[in-house]
Write a protein that binds this ligand. Structure first.
Ligand code: KG4
Ligand code: ZN
Length: 355
């Protein structure tokens, strides 16, 4: 089965082609192409994603991205775009959650492609896509993702703990009550004059800093539920900068703030994930979403899981952030249900939840 997947839920225009065959083995899954047009330079000057700018850029970039993703299917130069599209068996698209204007672009292009080629279209939840990025691991690792699994999804728009009892079966255990973890990285980065999205650069600066230099709060870390809250942590950094009259030109000081902040976020994420894994007797832990690319988080989570003999999975960095290969993978698994999705029933839903 060859799936063409489309992802436009936020600020990446992404199209991927993946191939797999369940009759051979679910491990036959491979990425043929995974094209991501990042809009980051467009949004950077505004310090965050501007929804109107994002949907316009999706409209402009969709066709170039689609053509690039189809290119590896070309056997000779003369093959038309139409012919390449006819080599696709199934289309898949992110229908939510995300920005409505952005989602509408991908969903409507996907519907048009499905209608024109008379091939089915599978709607995919963006968070489900982030989770399934873990099934694009090298085959030897894939063998050991056992259920039940506790999944931590940490991105710019979401922070959720999900219990996965089996493929495509999700129960939300908790989520953020305010800012997402990645959003908190971006907002703290803004306070420190780090360009959007601040996560990767903040991580780099943190490497040179002392994580014990500032004692930032670990919000609701000991609550009995599995929810998160990060807005107070961001405010704590703001007040530290304001009332301690810290000099933002002192690079060592900035590194100390980054390291201390990163450690506070990491500690909360690890503690809640491990608590959930123990409570629900998880046989594996999965971490995904943009913040999953953070090496300090990977290290702390690995240490905690190792001590409990719990297998832990992170996608490779290029599959942590938004991409369409993960959407195609989720569609590959849901195609096993053989469910039909009439085109007129497929709609963008910015508030779509998992499960
Ligand atoms: O998954 P993603 O591409 O988009 C959403 O679905 O939101 O995640 C983007 C988020 C941004 O907030 C970015 O700052 C954060 O992931 N991020 C990181 C790192 N790489 C990306 N945060 C911390 N450390 C990183 N290395
Ligand atoms: Zn995402």
């Amino acid at each position: 089965m060859r799936i063409l997947a489309i992802e436009t839920s936020c600020d990446e225009t992404a199209v991927a082609v993946i191939e797999g065959n369940f009759r051979l083995s679910e491990k036959s899954l491979k990425i043929v192409s995974n094209v991501v047009f990042s809009q980051i330079p467009l949004h950077r000057k505004h310090g965050g994603v501007v929804p109107e700018v994002a949907s316009r850029a999706h409209l402009e970039k969709f066709f170039p991205t689609l053509k690039k993703a189809l290119n590896p299917l070309r056997k000779n130069k003369a093959e038309s775009f139409q012919k390449l599209l006819n080599k696709i068996d199934v289309f898949a698209v992110t229908i939510g959650p995300g920005l409505l204007g952005s989602l509408l672009v991908g969903v409507n292009f996907a519907k048009a492609l499905s209608w024109a080629t008379q091939k089915p279209l599978i709607p995919v939840n963006h968070l489900e896509g982030h989770i399934y990025a873990n099934w694009l691991q090298p085959i030897s690792k894939l063998k050991i993702i056992k259920f039940p699994s506790v999944c931590l999804i940490v991105s710019g728009g979401h922070t959720s703990l999900v219990l996965m009892k089996n493929h495509l079966q999700y129960k939300i255990l908790g989520q953020t009550l305010d800012d997402a973890a990645g959003e908190c990285f971006d907002k703290v980065g803004k306070l420190l004059d780090i360009p959007y999205p601040a996560g990767p650069q903040l991580e780099k600066l943190a490497k040179k800093g002392n994580p014990k230099a500032f004692s930032f709060p670990r919000p609701i870390i000991d609550n009995s539920d599995f929810n998160f809250s990060f807005s107070g942590l961001k405010t704590a950094v703001l007040y530290t900068l304001k009332y301690q009259k810290l000099n933002l030109k002192n690079s060592l000081l900035i590194s100390d703030i980054c390291a201390s902040f990163q450690e506070a976020v990491t500690e909360v994420l690890v503690k809640k994930t491990i608590k959930a894994a123990l409570k629900f007797k998880a046989l594996s832990v999965i971490v995904s979403g943009g913040v999953a690319a953070n090496k300090a988080l990977q290290k702390a989570m690995s240490k905690a899981c190792y001590s409990l003999n719990l297998p832990l999975f992170f996608p490779p960095s290029f599959l942590c952030t938004d991409n369409a290969a993960m959407i195609g993978t989720a569609a590959f698994y849901s195609s096993r249900k053989n469910k039909k999705y009439p085109l007129f029933e497929i709609e963008a839903n910015p508030n779509l939840s998992l499960g």
